[in-house]
Structures are given as structure tokens and as C-alpha cells.
Design a protein around this ligand. Structure first.
Ligand code: SF4
Length: 279
């Protein structure tokens, strides 16, 4: 059985950078805190906590403490509150997410209504809308367009969560154009996500079975799984080698593997090793 690992599998540039910042922070600061998880992977979080970063749910007194802003970014209110409480801020927001913030703020200043294509509950989306003075509209599916609201909008700027599926985004933008006369679309899907999405179009067609590795909380892993599944029904999503099922690999010649942007290489290698043991 041949195993084909996608070139773009695993950590993206933004996650690598955020982890370097996090480990650097604990080696130079006495007390480092993060609000929520720095990236969406349980194994990585365990390592970060082991290194000394503490996870908190709310901000308290920030004297002699540093607050690590995660790769997905935060809204302005968190920065303001943290400064007020005395925290030192260590910002690990991915530069590609910062770029989205910048576009959203500039467009809002030019009088455009901001529309974000993304998951309403995702930290990155909350961070984007948290940069704005006015309420943004969030759309997560073509089937759920708020037509009443759209008809009232004269001009809008559309941006998307960095890990969105491009085809899905295009379909939504196509619909929005029917209702909003002046519509500017910024394709803010980040480069590593685009590379992953390009590769995932070939991997399921070229292999009998596909394995996607990543946390159930990872949006970009979810996206990879959705695309691969639509092209090859024998696609499986695992969080680690423990989730593998021997039966998936019976009577097949090749397996294609990729991993989400926050999946450590160590986990990918363990998965590969276990699949080899089945053949
Ligand atoms: S997925 Fe893209 S936007 Fe998100 S952290 Fe990675 S590089 Fe940055």
C-alpha cells in the first residue's frame, strides 16, 4: 500500500509563528496567560501549558502578567480591557488575519457595510467583527442569506474567514450580487489554506482512501474533510493514530494523507506509521 502525504500537510506559517511567540514568551516572562486556546489542537495546547502558559476564561488583575493573543486574533475590546487591567500584550495574531482586520476597518471607514463569510462562532470571525464600529453581517451558508437585511444594503464589502472553502465563498458572493448593487469582494482566504485546498482536490481522486488528520475543533481541518469527502466517499477524519480503523485499508493500493494547519508533524508521523503496520 502506497502512502502519499500532501506537501502542504500540517502547521501553516501562522501557527508556527504563534507557537514560536508563545514559547519565547514563557522563557522571558514570569506569568503568561492565554484567553482560550492559542491554536485549535489539543496536543499543541498540552505542550503550551506544559511550557508554562496558563489558560484563562476571563481577564482579572493584569499586574506583572502578560496576555498572549492567539493566532486567530481578538476584537479591540479585549486589547482595551487587557491594557486597562495592566497586562502586557504579546500579540501572536497571524499577519494574514491582521490583513483581514485592516481591510474590514478601511472599508468600514469608507462607508461600506461589512459582510463576513465565515462561521459565526469561530474565534477568528469574532475577532474580525470585534475590530469594527458597526455591526457586521456574518453569513455562513448560501441557504441562510438574510434577504430582508440584504435588500436594504446599498454598498457592502465582503471578506471571508481565512480558512473558508473558495467554491462555497464564490457561490455566496454570486448570490449577494443579486441583492447589493455596489459590492466589493476581497478574497481573504490565506495562502496556506489555498495551497491546502488546491492539493486536496487531487489527493482524493488519486488515492483509494483518504485520511485527514486534525482536531474536531479545527475549522481548516473540517474544510479539508468536506472537500475530500465530496470527491472520495472513502475519506476518514482522525485526530490521532488511535482513531484509525484497520478495515479502512483492506484491499486498497494507495492512501492519501493530509493534516490541518494546527496538526503537529509528530501526530502525522504516528498516523503514517500505524497505517504502514496494517499492510
Ligand atoms: S490558517 Fe492561514 S490565517 Fe490561519 S493561522 Fe494559518 S496562515 Fe494564518
Amino acid at each position: 500500500m502506497k502512502i502519499n502525504l500532501a506537501k502542504s500537510a500540517g502547521f501553516c506559517f501562522g501557527v508556527k509563528r504563534a507557537l514560536e511567540i508563545a514559547f519565547g514568551a514563557v522563557s522571558s516572562q514570569a506569568r503568561v496567560y492565554m484567553l482560550g486556546d492559542i491554536v485549535h489542537n489539543e496536543e499543541v495546547i498540552k505542550e503550551i501549558k506544559k511550557a508554562g502558559v496558563k489558560k484563562i476564561k476571563t481577564l482579572t488583575n493584569g499586574k506583572d502578567k502578560a496576555l498572549l493573543i492567539r493566532a486567530h486574533g481578538e476584537g479591540l475590546a479585549i486589547y482595551q480591557k487587557a491594557y486597562k487591567l495592566g497586562y502586557k500584550i504579546i500579540d501572536a495574531t497571524c499577519p494574514m488575519v491582521k490583513e483581514i482586520h485592516q481591510i474590514a476597518k478601511e472599508m468600514e471607514n469608507e462607508g461600506y457595510k461589512i459582510i463576513v463569510i465565515g462561521d459565526k462562532k469561530h474565534d477568528e470571525v469574532r475577532g474580525i467583527i470585534g475590530q469594527l464600529k458597526n455591526k457586521a453581517l456574518i453569513i455562513d451558508a448560501k441557504a441562510k442569506l438574510p434577504l430582508g437585511q440584504l435588500k436594504k444594503i446599498k454598498k457592502a464589502a465582503v471578506i471571508c474567514q481565512s480558512t473558508q472553502n473558495f467554491q462555497k465563498t464564490q457561490a455566496i458572493v454570486g448570490e449577494l450580487k443579486k441583492y447589493i448593487k455596489q459590492l466589493k469582494f476581497f478574497n481573504t482566504i490565506c495562502r496556506p489554506t489555498r495551497a491546502k485546498q488546491e492539493e486536496i482536490k487531487a489527493l482524493p481522486r488519486e488515492n483509494d482512501t483518504v485520511v485527514i488528520i486534525g482536531s474536531r475543533t479545527s475549522a481548516n481541518t473540517q474544510r479539508l474533510f468536506e472537500i475530500a469527502r465530496s470527491l472520495n466517499p472513502r475519506t476518514h477524519w482522525v485526530q490521532s493514530a488511535e482513531d484509525l480503523n484497520k478495515n479502512w485499508f483492506k484491499r486498497i493500493n494507495s492512501v492519501g494523507i493530509t493534516a490541518g494547519a494546527s496538526t503537529p508533524d509528530r501526530i502525522t508521523q504516528e498516523v503514517i506509521k500505524k497505517i504502514h503496520s496494517f499492510s
